[in-house]
Design a protein. Structure first.
Length: 298
């Protein structure tokens, strides 16, 4: 994974940290750099974690960082910018704050950028062992993994896809370029023998890909709106199992989705709690014998 787009001083400081324990790098115009490290927000100093703001590295401007991350072609990421973020090399997501330009009530672009939130992807083999043992070791069950942002849902999806790939056709819908994170040469995370579809809209792409690729399982992330749920329902109607993630935590809303099981992640690297369709507790993976538990950062 390359973070070469970072300012030299920031890149040097980050090199002193353990990447497995680094989740976010927050750059704010004229403010000290803050990182989420070992599950805590701390200031970044010249040699890693700083004692306080006065010892931290400050960034005067953030627009040059965004330009460097996009290879000088921010306009090539216009569609992604409408969602408030872009995804660059190897699944690195950059949240963008500034002046949101709207048209007919919808965001069209972001200008006068003042903050960037750089989220670091991880590939932790074994992090989904307990969940896999319960729901996917036999016939995979239609499952939605949910939590607030930053709890490791996408990392868990990677591990599930990798474990399923030797015995069935797994199709990954990488709408945001984060699960497989393929580059222009087809290189990304090692997910085993899977098929990857990169798209902007799940609904149109899923129906085409089911006909073309005949998947047994579809793995996708960040379901939210009605169109995403229609795409999942279409796959279910075609007898294709969907394993997905969502930021939605409202259980009444989740009950209305076409999933048979739900897995809630309550802490970074924590084992999920599994519920059935009616949110009756099905299995608390935290209470098992601990086999396959690999906390994030190790």
């Amino acid at each position: 994974m390359s973070l070469s787009f970072l300012p030299a001083e920031v890149l040097s400081a980050v090199s002193h940290l353990n990447y497995n324990k680094l989740s976010e790098i927050r750059l704010r115009k004229g403010q000290p750099v803050i990182v989420e490290y070992c599950g805590r927000y701390v200031y970044l100093g010249g040699s890693g974690v700083a004692a306080g703001a006065k010892d931290g590295i400050a960034v005067a401007e953030v627009t040059p960082v965004l330009n460097a991350a996009t290879g000088g072609c921010v306009y090539g990421f216009t569609e992604q910018m409408k969602n408030g973020f872009i995804t660059v090399g190897h699944g690195v997501r950059i949240g963008v704050a500034g002046e949101y330009v709207t048209e007919n009530g919808a965001v069209t672009t972001i200008k006068n950028v003042t903050s960037l939130n750089i989220r670091i992807p991880h590939d932790i083999k074994g992090c989904a062992d307990s969940l896999f043992k319960t729901l996917f070791s036999g016939k995979p069950q239609s499952t939605l993994i949910f939590s607030k942002p930053g709890m490791g849902k996408t990392t868990m999806l990677r591990d599930i896809a990798r474990k399923l790939s030797p015995r069935m056709n797994v199709l990954i819908f990488d709408e945001r370029g984060e699960i497989a994170a393929l580059d222009g040469y087809g290189e990304g995370f090692d997910l085993g023998t899977v098929d990857v579809v990169r798209c902007y809209s799940k609904l149109g792409a899923i129906s085409s890909a089911i006909r073309a690729m005949k998947p047994d399982v579809i793995v996708t992330d960040e379901l939210y709106g009605e169109e995403d749920l229609k795409a999942v329902q279409y796959a279910a109607d075609c007898s294709v199992t969907v394993i997905a993630s969502s930021h939605i935590t409202d259980r009444e809303k989740l009950k209305k989705t076409p999933f048979e099981y739900f897995a809630e992640i309550k802490s970074l690297g924590g084992k999920p709690v599994i519920y059935d369709k009616n949110f009756n507790s099905y299995c608390d993976c935290r209470a098992d014998d601990g086999a396959g538990s690999i906390p994030f950062g190790e």
